[in-house]
Write a protein that binds this ligand. Structure first.
Ligand SMILES: [Zn+2]
Length: 385
């Protein structure tokens, strides 16, 4: 079926009290694997491309310096591939822009076929954040595309999103923000953190989503709450990476019981990136250990060299530029690259499958209303949103 917007997927999660994992992808084969594992569990799917991931998928190895042109190209590449996979899939699939920073990035994503966008104005003063977010909502809702905003600041580093300290979301400000911008979802700061180093034994301030949820209910406003920076960083993955020549230190995630306890408090979308990065990195290291002859392969060998040169790195984007046509278009030129792709796909399935089960979206696919962008746009127009 065609891609669906985020709103119906999160409406189902809110109505039935489960959370939907939202998983970052940086290559066509990652998107394919993520959709396949959701199909296996009959779960709805939210795939995310971060703003800079779009630059990477647009052919920009130094993606931090990606231009709007790179992002447009990348959004088109991943958009076309995910649209194709979704059309053949029995489960509803959303393609969501993670951490869009301006209207330009949002437009690039929507032009590329994204059905949902995040606008992250959380570093701006409250009024400016509201203004920017409202501008994006007007643009996106006119096209049936869902919008996620962010209020409050998360600590940690992820792509170009970084802050040393966090500022928890003020529940009263959140209500005003949601009412005035008419966002479909709001990312809140309640103790989660971006990146692989969240510290040991993180405790989440569940009072914050609880308060926002309660106030929304009283005000008669519908909005899903989103937990960013929510990777669990399974320690077995870190240990395995280090046993395979890696050197990853101080990597701790949000403890699973903390995340699960936040779901009944109103968290319905949980963003995960690092867990996937770790599983893919482990698999790539393991592949070259099990098949040492691949180190001399013309096509796959350069990946081995990058792994060896960067023991602390767990972002697969650092290792994958040698197979750029595979990243951007899913091309598999020979058997050596096929082995790499198989390793990447298995890693994605392991990390994503675990979380689909934990977050409770197994079997929820039939609960999602199959509504297209045109119908959604008509509904927003009718409701004055
Ligand atoms: Zn985030």
């Amino acid at each position: 079926m065609p891609l669906v917007p985020l709103k119906p997927v999160l409406d189902a999660a809110r109505a039935h009290g489960y959370a939907q994992g939202a998983f970052n992808v940086n290559a066509v084969c990652q998107a394919k694997a993520a959709i396949e594992v959701h199909e296996m569990f009959r779960s709805p799917v939210i795939l995310q491309g971060a703003d800079l991931a779009n630059a990477f998928m647009g052919g920009r190895a130094d993606f931090a310096n990606g231009t709007v042109e790179d992002k447009i190209r990348g959004a088109k590449n991943i958009g076309a591939a995910v649209r194709r996979f979704a059309e053949e899939s029995p489960v509803p699939v959303v393609l969501h822009l993670d951490h869009g920073h301006d209207l330009e990035s949002v437009k690039a994503a929507i032009d590329g076929g994204y059905t949902s966008v995040m606008i992250d104005g959380s570093s701006l003063p409250f009024e400016e954040n509201k203004e920017l977010t409202r501008e994006v909502v007007l643009y996106a809702h006119a096209r049936g595309v869902s919008v996620e905003g962010e209020l409050g600041v998360l600590a940690g580093v992820e792509d170009d999103v970084s802050s040393l300290t966090s500022t928890y979301t003020d529940p009263l400000a959140a209500i005003e923000f949601i009412r005035d911008t008419k966002v479909d979802a709001l990312a809140i700061s309640y103790g989660t953190m971006h990146g692989p180093s969240k510290g040991k034994g993180v405790k989440l301030r569940r009072e914050i989503p609880t308060a926002i949820r309660e106030c929304l209910l009283h005000a008669g406003i519908e909005c899903a709450l989103v937990s960013h920076g929510s990777s669990t960083v399974p320690q077995y993955l870190v240990e395995e990476i280090n046993g395979l020549g890696g050197d990853v230190q101080g990597a701790y995630g949000i403890p699973m019981p903390e995340l699960l306890a936040a779901i009944p408090c109103g968290i319905n979308k949980i963003n995960v990136d690092t867990d996937i990065r770790l599983a893919v990195t482990r698999n790539l290291r393991e592949l070259f250990k099990l098949r040492p002859e691949l180190a001399d392969s013309k096509s796959a060998g350069p990946i081995h060299d990058l792994l060896a040169a960067n023991p602390a790195q767990v972002d697969p984007r650092a290792f994958l530029p040698p197979i750029y046509p595979t990243v951007m278009y899913g091309e598999v030129p020979d058997e050596d690259v096929a082995a790499v792709v198989a390793a990447i796909e298995a890693g994605v399935k392991e990390a994503v499958g675990t979380l689909v089960v934990e977050f409770g979206s197994v079997g929820r696919s039939p609960l999602v209303e199959r509504v297209g962008l045109d119908e959604m746009a008509a509904r927003y127009a009718k409701a004055g949103l």
